[in-house]
Design a protein around this ligand. Structure first.
Ligand code: 0WK
Ligand code: BGC
Ligand code: BGC
Length: 913
């Protein structure tokens, strides 16, 4: 053809061609530059994940709370509202998920054009428009009044704090509605739907279009782990290890991260590949300086770039004979559709003619070709840049999977990717170039992600239902201030009735301990500590403070269940055996030291060394002991053991031992509290209030045995079906009701019962009731402490997996919430009890303000990460006129028992009363 042209016009053509090629050379991004961009994006991604701010990364890496790729089991009908993927259009879809049964059912969908005045108007206008479209769609679909679950596909950068909570960070792609940035777009949509008042629509999930695209991918044979969208805008998401997402504070499982790569380069990283056309486009855009990467890749901008190049080349007289047109000089007059048509391999030339003439230009034959080259250069650069960004994600996924070679599926969507004649090909070629060690499969999403959004909605509604069940199950555990005040008041009344010997579930047992140590005690003592987790024998040396005060040597002995649930004789013979072993071990054999016996069970004392066991608690059930004086039982066992002499001086409850032990350091310690296997409290009561003991001067320590509080049904309102079931399956049903809501022997079992209930509801472990979960006492109370002390949920997973339970992230979360609810209730009830005691002491002494210390022991109180603080908070709240210090006993109540013995000896004027 050219050969037919006169010489000068051929020269002209060549000159123009050169000018065009020279100009388009600027759009050539070299492999080196692509690799630099790949590396820069990867670095930005890692900085954003770990929330580094200096330098602040330009990709945003937003967690989406989508934690797994589709299972393929999701079922139901879902409404999907799609806003923002394809420019100023809005799409509504009705998607039916059929789980694994049967082929996919084609969604019903409708597209609505959003008027410009709406995309640039107020947020309320936009959301009312969207809600109006929903109603119009549903009217046509005749779905009736059934509750409808909606998934909101909102394709703009949002900071999500949950599947249904999402705050718009900034508009992109030509949208600029006022009053929306910084707002929760789900709330705005809910309000707009409410204003329509037509349908019962519940917005259960908001999803970015890349996520919808990824989730719409059929998981068979390979689930897509990456979602890529190139439409008016561009972006990608992928499944990241949750532990790498700083914002989440998790360490297990995965979460889909919305990369928001459109803003890459907003701090200048793209300058080396940006042309003056890019700079001009940005300056004239609605959001100059931002979305720089998107402005080089997204469909909203490619047409404009082409237009600017055409004007430039026309200005150089390289195109259209230097003649432009008003249309060509109009911003936005060249659309992505034009570019795609012009690049159409078979009809491009004809389309170019139509487009250019449509723009009022009078192109020459050569112009068509060169315009095609311009379009080709702009879109090829876009595809290559997009590929560089995608390979940054591939590199990230590969390092997460610690593999030398990666096989991964990428779900693709968006009109540019799907409809541009060469975009996807160039992109895939460039991916193979930049990531040769990745086997990347590109899977076109079937319906632009509508399906995927429905899958996420199905998952979200399942989670919402689970959350509802969980809240419903745990609500009775969340005691409010009124309920706690009622417990405090009831306990107070029961204390008074108990002290006066009237009908009360609080035995309020006199302990015959009237004085706390005054520091003059001296001597060597033996002490026994029975009733807690461990049985201990102690040798306690009480010296002056200068001699180092109290020195303790102790030894822990186990008591097999066959003994705790055998005969009394077996139990006490076992105790004496341990004492003899201890004496041998410590060279005390043959010495008769005064002995203090911490016996942590309800005993009616008639003297310091006489205590009638009222009833066993905490799993003990040795026969022939209840109703007996346990000191006599011990002495009888000593007698049975030839050649052993022991001088049992005192029997004390572990609460008393603990109070005395702490009182030795702090004389204001007048309350003893145990929260361990069992729970109980004692305190110094005015003798005049203790009807069982003659005399009205001075004080005596009262062992409340508060574990039995509520055995008359008083706590019925607070007891949940789980508490009732734990009580029923205990060896003392109907007894120790307060203890069974608080102490270590029972909390784990309450949690197990709740987990079983939630599993049967399908909330946990996918509804599979594993044998281990039906095994009594398999969930130890110490698990609560471990689980609640670990923000990273490592412990939850480790514990449950060790029990043989498969744990998802959501399961781990919920199990921890169950533990928190149970332990918090226990701590608050315990706090209400302590508040009743300190208020009683304050009123006893007619004080406006009371300052008192409480000696505390017990594994639950000591080891649980939050229990002690929650007790203190509750006491502060319920007894504001008491300033209460909690002293953790370091040496246990054995020391206290020795001190009680020492005081008894001191009062008796010898080391031997
Ligand atoms: C340690 C005391 C002991 C008490 C125990 C309670 O020395 O007297 O019985 O604490 O805590 P538990 O071992 O039941 O957790
Ligand atoms: C938005 C993204 C979206 C992408 C593709 C961008 O402008 O910020 O959220 O995923 O367009 O639609
Ligand atoms: C016992 C109390 C003891 C408490 C703490 C309860 O079961 O009845 O005597 O103080 O446990 O060990």
């Amino acid at each position: 053809m050219d050969s037919a042209l006169p010489e000068n016009s051929r020269a002209m053509n060549e000159k123009n061609l050169k000018l065009v090629q020279q100009c388009l050379k600027q759009f050539d991004v070299t492999e080196k530059q692509l690799r630099q961009i790949q590396a820069a994006i990867l670095q930005d991604m890692e900085q954003a994940l770990s929330r580094q701010t200096d330098p602040s990364p330009t990709v945003q890496m937003l967690p989406t709370y989508v934690r797994s790729t589709p299972h393929g089991t999701e079922q139901g009908n879902f409404l999907v509202l799609e806003l923002g993927t394809s420019g100023a259009t809005l799409r509504v879809l009705w998607v039916t998920l059929r789980g694994t049964t049967g082929p996919r059912k084609e969604p019903v969908s409708w597209e609505f054009t959003i008027p410009t005045e709406i995309t640039l108007g107020t947020g309320q206008q936009l959301f009312d428009f969207a809600a109006g479209c929903l109603v119009e769609f549903l009217d046509r679909l005749k779905v009736g009044s059934q509750p409808i679950q909606l998934g909101f596909n909102f394709s703009f950068p949002c900071h999500q704090t949950g599947l249904d909570q999402s705050t718009l960070i900034s508009w992109t792609k030509g949208f600029r509605c006022s009053g929306v940035e910084g707002q929760d777009v789900v709330q705005l949509l809910r309000e707009a739907i409410q204003r329509q008042g037509a349908y019962n629509i519940d917005v259960v999930a908001v999803v970015n279009d890349t996520v919808g695209t990824m989730m719409s991918c059929d998981p068979r044979p390979q689930a897509c782990e990456i979602g890529l969208v190139v439409d008016t805008g561009t972006n990608a998401c992928y499944m990241e290890e949750a532990r790498h997402v700083g914002e989440l504070g998790e360490d297990q499982g995965r979460v889909c991260v919305n990369v928001q790569w459109g803003s890459f380069g907003d701090s200048g990283a793209l300058e080396p590949v940006q042309t003056p056309f890019d700079l001009q486009l940005d300056q004239e855009s609605l959001n100059p300086g931002t979305q720089r990467f998107e402005k080089m890749v997204g469909g909203l901008y490619l047409g404009e770039l082409v237009r600017l190049v055409l004007i430039h080349l026309a200005g150089q007289r390289a195109l259209f004979g230097g003649v432009t047109s008003p249309a060509l000089l109009t911003r936005g007059s060249v659309h992505i559709e034009h570019v795609m048509e012009i690049e159409d391999p078979s009809h491009g030339r004809a389309r170019a003619q139509a487009v250019l003439q449509g723009l009022g230009l009078n192109p020459s034959a050569q112009d068509y070709e060169q315009v095609q080259q311009v379009c080709g250069a702009v879109s090829a650069r876009a595809a290559r840049l997009c590929a560089a960004a995608l390979t940054a994600i591939l590199a990230r996924v590969k390092s997460n999977q610690e593999r030398s070679h990666l096989g991964v599926a990428v779900a693709t969507g968006g009109r540019v990717y799907e409809q541009h004649p060469r975009f996807s090909t160039i992109l895939q070629q460039t991916v193979r170039l930049l990531a040769p060690d990745s086997d990347t499969t590109f899977v076109p999403s079937e319906d632009g992600g509508g399906w995927g959004v429905a899958v996420v909605t199905a998952v979200a509604s399942r989670l919402a239902l689970h959350r509802h069940h969980l809240e419903e199950t745990l609500a009775p555990f969340r005691l409010d201030s009124e309920q706690l005040k009622a417990v405090q008041a009831e306990m107070r009344e029961a204390m008074v009735r108990g002290l006066q010997g009237e009908d009360s579930t609080l035995p309020m047992l006199p302990t015959y301990v009237c004085a706390t140590p005054d520091g003059t005690e001296r001597g060597d003592f033996l002490a026994l500590d029975l009733g807690g987790t461990n049985f201990r024998v102690l040798w306690v040396k009480v010296g002056s403070r200068s001699e180092g005060g109290v020195k303790i040597t102790n030894q822990v002995f186990s008591i097999p269940e066959s003994v705790t649930q055998g005969t009394g004789q077996q139990l006490f013979d076992h105790i004496v055996d341990c004492i003899v072993d201890f004496q041998k071990e410590h060279g005390l054999s043959g010495q008769t030291l005064p002995l203090g016996f911490t016996f942590s069970f309800p005993c009616k004392q008639v003297g310091l060394d006489q205590g009638i066991l009222l009833s066993w608690t905490k799993g003990f059930k040795a026969s022939d002991c209840e109703g007996q004086d346990v000191v006599s039982l011990l002495r009888a066992a000593i007698r049975r053991r030839q050649g052993v002499e022991l001088n049992v001086v005192a029997i004390v409850n572990d609460t008393v031992g603990t109070m005395m032990s702490c009182g030795y350091e702090d004389p204001h310690c007048e309350v003893g509290l145990i929260v361990g296997t069992g729970t109980n409290a004692c305190y110094m009561e005015e003798l005049c209030n203790v009807s069982a003991v003659p005399g009205d001067k001075g004080r005596m320590c009262i062992n409340m045995e508060w574990g039995a509080f509520g055995d008359d049904g008083l706590l019925k309102e607070l007891c949940t079906p789980f508490d009732i079931s734990v009580d029923k399956s205990s060896i003392n049903p109907g007894k120790q009701r307060f203890e069974k809501l608080i102490s270590g022997m029972y909390l784990g079992e309450i949690v197990r019962q709740i987990l079983l209930h939630l599993t049967c509801l399908g909330v946990l472990f996918r509804g599979q009731v594993f044998q281990c979960l039906q095994t009594k006492d398999i969930f130890k109370t110490k698990f609560l402490s471990e689980i609640e002390s670990d923000l990273q949920r490592r412990q939850v997973r480790a514990i449950l997996e060790k029990l043989g339970l498969p744990v998802s992230c959501d399961d781990a979360l919920m199990v921890r919430e169950v533990c928190q609810a149970v332990s918090q209730r226990a701590a608050k009830l315990c706090g209400a009890g302590v508040a009743a005691v300190v208020e009683k002491i304050r009123e006893n002494r007619g004080l406006e303000e009371l300052s008192v210390a409480v000696g505390v022991d017990g594994t639950l109180y000591k080891l649980h990460p939050h229990f002690s603080d929650q007790v203190k908070d509750t006491v502060r709240h319920l007894a504001p006129r008491c300033s209460v210090r909690f002293l953790q006993s370091e040496d246990g109540s054995g020391k206290g028992a020795a001190l009680v013995t020492a005081v008894a000896c001191r009062l008796a004027g010898s080391t031997r009363p």
